[in-house]
Design a protein around this ligand. Structure first.
Ligand SMILES: [Zn+2]
Length: 234
């Protein structure tokens, strides 16, 4: 009986938070019809915890402890909300999508893109200044996540401009853009460096001096190969 009581309580809670969220969305939308209003909104960008405009509370449902905000904007009214992923997928059908499932997919892709962009930002300085082969490979893999391809003939001018701005800032220099082009589309021209090796420790040096040199490999191989070819004398 207790289990049933608890289940129905949470159902009531869930039904109760819906009018609050619906009210907030309707109030900030043009249409007063819910099904139309929830389709007026578009996803703009993801705000990470470290960003200045991050809030840890969802502006639609008041849930606290968010790790990131999805910034959604209504282009008609100019209103915006910083919300958690749950609210986006439960209540909105974002522009460019036709269902909750497609909206979920868009939100998932946005989160993946954000992770890739953070990786790109962490590596861009190294990649522009003699990266290791590993750094170059990681950078290109992250760029592929954001661009969808590393074939420059398939990247639209619009997409490329957005990408360079996200990575290099609002007014990137021509030189930086050219460097980025080379790294992504002509990586054979990028000079890479061998990762610096660790110096041997005193103990390892001392140990190396006490080890007697082995027989040379050539000798060993010769001896063995004679022994292992019994048919040779026939
Ligand atoms: Zn929420």
């Amino acid at each position: 009986m207790a289990v049933f009581a608890r289940a129905s309580e949470s159902d009531v809670e869930r039904r109760n938070d819906f009018p609050l969220i619906r009210g907030r969305i309707l109030e900030a939308s043009v249409s007063k019809d819910w099904e139309t209003a929830r389709r007026e909104w578009e996803y703009q960008r993801l705000i990470s915890e470290e960003d200045e405009d991050f809030v840890d509370q969802c502006e639609l449902c008041n849930q606290v402890g968010l790790r990131a905000n999805y910034l959604i904007v209504n282009p008609e009214t100019g209103r915006s909300f910083r919300v958690g992923s749950t609210c986006v997928t439960r209540f909105l059908i974002l522009r460019g999508t036709t269902s909750s499932e497609e909206t979920s997919e868009l939100v998932k892709r946005a989160a993946e893109e954000n992770t890739a962009l953070r990786r790109l930002h962490a590596l861009v300085g190294k990649v522009f200044d003699m990266p290791t082969y590993g750094e170059l490979t990681q950078f290109r893999a992250a760029a592929e996540k954001v661009l969808g391809t590393l074939d420059n003939t398939l990247v639209s001018a619009e997409k490329w401009e957005r990408f360079t701005k996200l990575l290099l800032g609002p007014t990137p220099t021509a030189r930086a853009v050219q460097q980025l082009r080379t790294v992504l589309f002509d990586p054979g021209k990028v000079r890479t460096r061998v990762p610096r090796r660790r110096e041997p420790t005193q103990q390892e040096l001392a140990w190396a001096q006490t080890v007697r040199p082995k027989k040379s490999r050539a000798k060993t191989t010769l001896v063995r190969s004679k022994g292992e070819r019994p048919g040779e004398d026939l």
